[in-house]
Ligand binder design. Structure first.
Ligand code: SAH
Length: 248
């Protein structure tokens, strides 16, 4: 995997995965967090360039630590935070989500949009839980089947790409098995995929290919195109589900 190329393709887009400011706010409302008087300790895991981080900072009284593997994304996040006047609420930390440096039981909220799949949902839920206070909130979006059955082509695609894909009821079961109580669930709407993620990505293809004239670069664009066309064809069968759960 050529990470430098992937970073270069994705870093100038507002989001590095499907999502939306409205959906972040909807999840916040389901979490019941909006009106805290004490600053909340929040971690945004796999934050990318910080679309959700900035929205969280605008709506919460919070100290937010934004964690991502790639410093290039965090540099842009810091610039965005300044632009939106919320830099004082955000600290960035480059590192793997598999090895977080928080104290156990120290966080009020763990946020992870389009990112927990990097370690796997069940593993992530189990690992992140230890860093939450009792009553703390985990809000994560995760690839989810919307139907009980689906066409072979899309089934096979996800069986290869992310075998942990499952229906919402199965994902909720994972949360419950790890001691979480579900506070809310909703699937991301089409606009979170197309308007907010795929269209800006498609608009970046030409400049990317002009800048990087390599087989690797062409292969990355081909694979993005394949992903977009599968989404457009099969979007009634899968989406990201947004899960908001409380540690009991
Ligand atoms: N939350 C952002 C980004 C989602 S894309 C958004 O919604 O726009 C997934 C992000 O996870 C990328 O920014 C990628 O750099 C990051 N990532 C991938 N593997 C990671 C890991 N092991 N640890 C931390 N971050 C990781």
């Amino acid at each position: 995997m050529n990470y430098d190329l992937l970073i270069d393709l994705h870093k100038d887009n507002k989001r590095q995965g499907p999502g939306g400011d409205e959906q972040t706010i909807q999840a916040l409302q389901l979490a019941g967090l909006a009106s805290s008087s004490e600053p909340l300790n929040v971690a945004d895991i796999g934050c990318g360039t910080g679309a959700s981080t900035v929205t969280l900072a605008k709506h919460l009284n919070a100290d937010i630590t934004a964690v991502d593997l790639f410093q290039d994304f965090l540099d842009i996040l810091n610039a965005n935070a300044k632009k939106h006047g919320v830099a004082d609420k955000i600290t960035t930390l480059a590192g793997p989500m598999e090895k977080l440096l928080f104290e156990k039981g120290s966080l009020d909220v763990i946020w992870a949009e389009g990112a927990i799949y990097n370690m796997g949902f069940a593993k992530g839920v189990e690992y992140f839980k230890r860093f939450l206070k009792p009553g703390g909130i985990l809000a994560a979006s995760e690839i989810t089947w919307l139907t009980k059955e689906r066409p072979a082509e899309i089934q096979q695609h996800w069986d290869v790409e992310y075998p942990e894909i499952a229906t919402a009821s199965d994902k909720i079961k994972v949360l419950e098995e790890h001691g979480f109580v579900l506070k809310g669930y909703f699937p991301l709407p089409e606009s979170s995929w197309i308007d907010n993620y795929y269209t800006p990505l498609e608009n970046a293809y030409d400049a990317f290919l002009n800048k990087h004239k390599s087989d690797d670069a062409r292969a990355i664009i081909e694979s993005e195109k394949m992903e977009v066309s599968l989404y457009k064809k099969y979007q009634s069968y899968f989406s990201y589900g947004f899960y908001i759960a409380q540690k009991s």
